[in-house]
Structures are given as C-alpha cells and as structure tokens.
Design a binder for this molecule. Structure first.
Ligand code: HEM
Length: 237
C-alpha cells in the first residue's frame, strides 16, 4: 500500500512542480547569489580574485559538490522549466496585464538563462576539467583573472555576459516573488506588493554587482596589462 502510494506520488505533477519551484531557490538561487559575490572579488584585483578561485577549486570533494548541488539541480530545473514553457497552461486572462507580462518574461528569461548557463559552464567549469584531464597542474587558469579579463575585452563575449546576467538575475528575483506566493509566504495583496518592491531592489543590487564585476574585468582586459597574479600562475595572452 505504502509503495503504491509512493509510486503514485512520483507520478504526481504537483510534486515535480513543487520540486522545480524549491530548486529555483535552493540550491540554484543560493548558488547564484554566492557566485555573484565571489565574482565581485574582481573589483579587488587579480590577487583577490584568483585567491577566491583557488579556495573554491581546493574544496574537498569539489567535483562531487558541483555535480550534486549545481549540475543536477540546474539540469532538472531547466528540463522541467522548458517542459512548462512548452506545455504549461497559460495564465492569460487570469491575472492583470502587468502580472501576465512578468509571467511571460519569467519564461523568456528562463530560456535565455538556459543558453547562457550552457555557454558559461562550457567556457569556465568544463574548460577547467579539460586542463586537468590534459595533466595541467594549474587548471584554475581557465577561470583566472587574466583569462576572464581577456574574455571580457572581446565585445561579443562581454555583451553575452551582460544579457545573460540580466536575464538570470531577473529570472531569480521575479521567481522569488512567485515562490513566496506559491509557498504561502506572502498571502495578502499588501505583502505581495511590498515583496514586489523588495524583489525589484534585489534585481538592481544583484544585476549591479554582476555588471560592475564584468565591466571592471573588461577595463583591465582592454588595458592588456594583466599577465601574472600572486595567487595563481595564469595564462599569458
Ligand atoms: C540561475 C538559474 C536559475 C534560477 C536561479 C532559477 C530560479 C527560479 C525560481 C526561483 C523560480 C520560481 C519558482 C516558483 O514559481 O515557485 C523559477 C521558475 C521557473 N523557472 Fe527557473 N531558474 C533558473 C534557471 C532556469 C532555466 C535554465 C529554465 C529553463 C527554461 C527555467 C525555467 C523556469 C520556469 C518555466 C519557471 C516558472 C515555473 C512556473 O511558472 O511554475 N529556469 N526559476
């Protein structure tokens, strides 16, 4: 009986939708916020940035943590998110014009985030593992300050990052607003309105952090002066 019930729950789309919603906050949203904070160390220069990369890269079981806390949740959230976007029931007619617009943008930003995250993972994390596989003793060089500033100096790369950061942060902060309603944290119209102000404030703060960090990297990359750093021996371009 218990097994049948458990099997029934696994086929329950409500459960999968709840899991999708929760995964957007933990671990994916948490990871996003810490990732933006870690990257803002670029503002303190090459030494600080490379030290942060080295600390993260040196965490015990880092590859296992990456797979369990980042790759699997993002893959699940993305696949289910694409499924919802393609086959989910539309909200049109149920909410106000503004909310419908945000509902639509949640899906558009999710699709942009999907391509951006794929590009970003390929460009950073997977490159690191390629260097490791090639026997490079210093795989963090793929994501070092000099590598990142050289990438940001390229306008195409820089604008992909700008669009990607805005889309991902919008998706997260607008998603947080939806999450609070879905999980009964904001029930009254007033609490939802106040939360909306808070979510917009978070959107501007996190977007600002991300854009400022890449603008700083780009400025250094354009100057072309970054070759070495105290924490990690890096590629010379
Ligand atoms: C940094 C990556 C991401 C973060 C932090 C994130 C976060 C969130 C959050 C917090 C929600 C709100 C959950 C709720 O409504 O209760 C959400 C919803 C959603 N996400 Fe993501 N997400 C990310 C990537 C993606 C990707 C790549 C897709 C792929 C298309 C996607 C598709 C969706 C969709 C369609 C919804 C709306 C679900 C609904 O209306 O019930 N997300 N996301």
């Amino acid at each position: 009986m218990a097994v049948t019930q458990a099997k029934g729950r696994l086929h329950d789309p409500y459960l999968w939708h709840r899991l999708h919603s929760a995964s957007g906050i933990f671990p994916i949203g948490f990871f996003l916020v810490q990732h933006l904070i870690a990257n803002s160390y670029a503002l303190r220069g090459a030494g600080a940035y490379n030290t942060v990369i080295k600390v993260y890269g040196g965490l015990p079981f880092v590859a296992v943590l990456e797979v369990l806390l980042i790759y699997i949740p993002i893959l699940y959230h993305s696949i289910y998110g694409i499924w919802i976007t393609a086959y989910g029931q539309s909200n049109l007619g149920r909410y106000s014009y503004g909310r419908n617009w945000m509902y639509f943008m949640q899906r558009v930003s999710g699709i942009i985030a999907f391509f951006y995250i794929g590009f970003h993972v390929w460009n950073t994390s997977l490159q690191k593992y390629f260097l490791l596989w090639q026997g490079n003793p210093n795989p963090e060089q793929a994501i070092s300050y000099s590598a990142m500033s050289a990438q940001m100096a390229d306008p195409v790369h820089f604008w992909i990052q700008v669009v990607g950061i805005i889309a991902v942060v919008f998706h997260f902060t607008n998603g947080f607003w939806n999450f609070c309603i879905r999980w009964g944290l904001t029930i009254s119209a007033r609490s939802q309105r106040l939360n909306q102000y808070g979510c917009w404030a978070l959107f501007f703060v996190f977007t600002g952090m991300g854009l400022w960090s890449i603008a700083h990297l780009r400025a250094d990359g354009l100057r072309g002066t970054v070759t070495q750093s105290p924490a990690v021996a890096v590629m010379v371009h």
